[in-house]
Ligand binder design. Sequence first.
Ligand code: SAH
Length: 347
Amino acid sequence: MLSLLDLPALKALWKERRWGQPSWQAFEKAYFEKLACSYEELEAVPSQIVEALRKDVAFFPLEVSQEFLAADGTLKILFETQDGLKFETVLMRYSAEGKADRFTVCVSSQIGCPARCAFCSTGTMKWSRNLRAEEIVAQVVYFNRRLKTQGASGARVNNIVFMGMGEPLLNYVEVKQALNLLLDQRKFNLGPRQISVSTVGIVPGIEQLLADQLPTNLAVSLHAPNDELRSRLIPINGSYPLATLFASLDRWTEQTGKAVFYQYVMLRGINDQPEHIQQLADWLKARPARLNLIPYNPGPALQDLDPTEREQIFDFAQRLRAHGLHVLIRHTFGQDIAAACGQLLVR
Ligand code: SAH
């Protein structure tokens, strides 16, 4: 069933029925700015249009199946699609003294993930399908409404990371459409620096981002500094080895003028050894790069992997900084509700 978030189809319907531009603008304002939660709240749209829509168009493409609240305030929602599939999305709240709160949504782009990285729970679930653009932006609309109804005065989602379930660059067409909506000032009012697309390193997808000049941040899940190890952890490295990946990232940096963010999950005894420090420095020191070290979050379906000790992560970071690299240790949110990096999983 068509939903109000399938904007190309909805626009076509509007045109066909000659409902006109002012009523379209009233709809956009009520839905995206005022965050209407039901047809009753679309009073600004002429009532005969609302009645016509109500018959054939779903107000929202997703249902909430379950929710989980972590001790640190992280909220994970299990959504259900119209065709009965389930996936998860996470809202993180980051508060720092003297600054406005940051609300980050970790959006999913696929149900399951074909990349099947060795350390990631999502890769162990059944692969179902790509999410549609409307289902991607619906995740953001949902949390905006939630912030509004919880009375967080004027609070909005102000940061989006494509770091939920799935590999966004293997669902390029829908992700691109979603990005364009998120960047549309009349809908989400987000700037390019508030959105990060994270990829395991799908080179044709990076080239597409370049060709389309989508100005968001780019994050790359690096996780290993040599092809032998990376291919063991991330099977698609066989198709896009490090030299090919970095050549593409260099073009991206040249065109955008921006640094690339890199994720590196710290796996004890596997990718946290002294030789890895040197190899990482060799790849990154001459490039504009921000490296995020991520403590490994264990998952029930994952075996034979352990997190690097806290102390050793600090030491690893220090040694990388001594090579002149920009290194941060990523804070872990929502581990108690399996909402942290790599823990999203639906059975
Ligand atoms: N497929 C995209 C988007 C997912 S982002 C990508 O790989 O970039 C999710 C991030 O969490 C990725 O960097 C992923 O490698 C990382 N991750 C996966 N499993 C993890 C785990 N068990 N612990 C910590 N980080 C993990």
